[in-house]
Design a protein around this ligand. Structure first.
Ligand SMILES: Nc1ncnc2c1ncn2[C@@H]1O[C@H](COP(=O)(O)OP(=O)(O)OP(=O)(O)O)[C@@H](O)[C@H]1O
Ligand SMILES: [Mg+2]
Length: 385
């Protein structure tokens, strides 16, 4: 049995109770991975941000399928906690905040490991959970990645990271994309995102929607619709400004693909993608470049030198093209018997995450909306090209 999380306050308890009633998915307790932090393990499919093993803190996965985000040192962590508490509080009656809920991961209160009682975690819905082969992209949105209280050196540091942020209004922080024909994930890190300039943005982002053989146009359309919904929310509110916050995009790389295996009969909710647990972590420090002509179009060929069968402990391979290629192991490999269908590409999620720099305001969040509008233009360009 997994250790029960200790709740910090009654609000958290209430939220957890509601969650338990609403979702039987999160009840699955598997006693296998109990070795670390009471059965919690580093989130295997994290595409950006602080990572366990590399940074001092990171995102964990609880055995019940939720994700645990460790509270950052004050004031950042408290700001994020306060925000989730406000939006998901039982007493929340603000129509704008209620309308925001569907755009966020559900918040299940706080969690503390009995082993490290001083570390507090936010317990959140895993947005990737219902997908069998989750393709994930993290995009930071807004013209400024530093908040109004940032020191001059912090501002400078953030601007230096991506001087185009002010103009473009968003930055790709990382992605991983499933290629069914090779049964592997292609990953791009923050350096790839920072290498994108105005002329290469569409081709860079198109990689997220390219399954190695074709562009998933339906998925792009769905994505546009979801981003528009978020933009509508921003157009309706003046009370909050979001700095250095992200949109997390997730779709199922196995959708639109026929599986000639038991996989077809299994419900995706069984979380099969976790089986190679921490092997799908990508933290390649390799600097990526995408200045070359035709690099996006050449993607399938460019993989040919990169995909190798790795040992179970190290399935990540750099293919010398700024990508990290990861193979899945064991029984999941028989996905190579798949064939691509013209059919339904399935649903997707676009959710807002990362609220360490959220500030009250009395004016619309023009910086965030600028980013969303530019992102929409880029997505539309991907469809046209
Ligand atoms: N609710 C979630 N469901 C699935 N994956 C998530 C969720 N929240 C975060 N992640 C994964 O973790 C990564 C980092 O998340 P986040 O941006 O919240 O943390 P961070 O950047 O380390 O935090 P901070 O900026 O506050 O230091 C995301 O790119 C995503 O891959
Ligand atoms: Mg982040």
């Amino acid at each position: 049995m997994s250790e029960k999380p200790k709740e910090k306050n009654s609000l958290a308890l209430e939220i957890q109770k509601t969650a338990a009633q609403g979702s039987c998915q999160s009840q699955a307790q598997d006693g296998k991975s109990q070795s670390r932090l009471n059965g919690c393990v580093p989130l295997s499919h994290q595409v950006a941000g602080h990572k366990y093993g590399i940074d001092k803190m990171g995102i964990l996965q609880h055995p019940d399928g939720t994700v645990l985000k460790q509270l950052q040192p004050p004031p950042r962590g408290l700001r994020e906690l306060q925000f989730y508490t406000q939006v998901f509080g039982e007493d929340c009656s603000d129509p704008q905040l209620l309308a925001l809920r569907p755009h966020l991961p559900r918040f299940y209160g706080t969690w503390v490991s009995p082993d490290t009682p001083n570390d507090l975690y936010l317990k959140l819905e895993d947005i990737t959970r219902r997908f069998s082969r989750p393709c994930i992209m993290d995009i930071k949105v807004g013209r400024r990645s530093y908040d109004p209280l940032a020191s001059p050196s912090k501002r400078e540091q953030q601007i230096r990271k991506y001087p185009l942020m002010e103009e473009i209004g968003f930055l790709l922080l990382g992605m991983r994309v499933y290629h069914p024909s090779r049964d592997c994930y292609i990953c791009h890190d923050q350096f790839f995102g920072r290498s994108l300039v105005k002329d290469t943005l569409a081709r860079g982002l198109a990689r997220f929607f390219h399954d190695g053989e074709k562009l998933r146009k339906q998925t792009v359309c769905l994505c546009i619709r979801k981003v528009r919904n978020i933009l509508q929310w921003f157009e309706s509110q003046k009370q909050l400004h979001f700095y250095a916050s992200s949109l997390l995009f997730v779709y199922d790389g196995a959708s639109g693909v026929h599986m000639a295996t038991e996989h077809n009969n299994n419900n995706n909710k069984h979380h099969q993608h976790q089986q190679p647990q921490d092997l799908s972590r990508t933290d390649s420090p390799a600097k990526s470049s995408c200045d070359e002509e035709g690099w996006a179009e050449g993607l399938p060929e460019s993989l040919q030198n990169g995909v190798q069968t790795g040992s179970p402990l190290n399935l990540e391979q750099s293919n010398g093209n700024g990508e990290t290629v990861m193979e899945e192991e064991g029984k999941e490999r028989d996905l190579s018997e798949c064939f691509v269908d013209e059919g339904d590409e399935g649903d997707m999620e676009v959710r807002m995450i990362d609220f360490a720099h959220i500030f009250p305001s009395q004016t619309p969040d023009e910086g965030y909306m600028h980013g969303l509008r530019n992102l929409l233009s880029v997505l539309e360009k991907i469809l046209q090209d």
